[in-house]
Design a protein around this ligand. Structure first.
Ligand code: ATP
Length: 217
């Protein structure tokens, strides 16, 4: 079977080293063939976004440019209405045939999974790979606790041998960087250097996307 493709969805408002390091560690440790970033156009749980969808997409594109194994996918930008992950996975699955897909989510996002649209169909389309984030614990009760005992696996091979259906929790280097804090820092006139690639930092400073309310970004 082909190597799994990791699907990394998110708002990326903006992308930072917490996202990039997580993706890179998954690529290497889980032996994924590719990590595909899928910026969300209209994230259902987030209310407003700050930078617009095209700008958030552009920042991800700049961040991963030239990095082997990292790709970007614009299918959520092309779709109207809320960007439901299950719709994205259905579309990716129909392109991927039997190639394993692994949806990458942070532990904070995983803990909210049961609020996602048609959440119980996700494991029918992809594996779920959960990245530890600082301060969060894996559930041991409720629907997610049950899901973990029914579908959880510690074996990386299980993500390769089947195209979907397993749940894997993977510890990643804890980088306590958040997009919210970056936006606040930039809005306060400070410099986000070293929290993200310079090319993204330069884009933010030049476009004014987090400082200038009239910016087209
Ligand atoms: P905010 O900081 O505003 O809450 P966010 O970075 O959590 O934003 P997204 O861009 O939607 O929001 O996150 C995309 C995915 O990346 C989510 O699954 C989230 O859990 C994960 N993620 C975000 N920051 C980190 C980090 N520092 N380390 C590991 N994973 C992260």
């Amino acid at each position: 079977m082909l190597s799994p493709v990791g699907i990394f969805g998110g708002t990326f408002d903006p992308i930072h080293y917490g996202h990039l390091r997580t993706a890179f560690e998954m690529l290497q440790a889980l032996r994924f063939g590719e990590i595909r970033f899928v910026p969300s156009r209209d994230p259902p749980h987030r209310g407003i976004t700050y930078a617009n969808a095209a700008t958030r997409f552009e920042m991800v594109r700049l961040a991963i440019q030239g990095l082997p194994g990292f790709t970007i996918d614009d299918r959520e930008l092309q779709r109207d209405g809320p960007s439901y992950t299950v719709d994205t996975l259905e579309s990716l699955r129909s392109d991927a045939g039997d190639t394993p897909l692994g949806l990458i989510v942070g532990m904070d996002a995983f803990l909210g999974l049961t609020d996602w649209h048609r959440w119980d169909e996700i494991l029918g389309l992809a594996h779920i790979v959960v990245a530890h984030r600082p301060g969060w614990r894996a559930p041991d009760m409720g629907p997610l606790g049950e899901l973990l005992s029914a579908r959880g696996t510690h074996r990386v091979e299980d993500l390769h041998d089947r195209s979907h259906g397993r749940l894997h929790i993977h510890a990643v280097t804890q980088l306590e960087i958040s997009s919210t804090e970056i936006r606040e820092l930039v809005a306060a006139g400070r410099d986000p250097r070293f929290l993200m690639p310079d090319v993204v930092r330069d884009f933010i400073m030049e476009s004014g996307c987090y400082t200038n309310p009239d910016s087209k970004h």
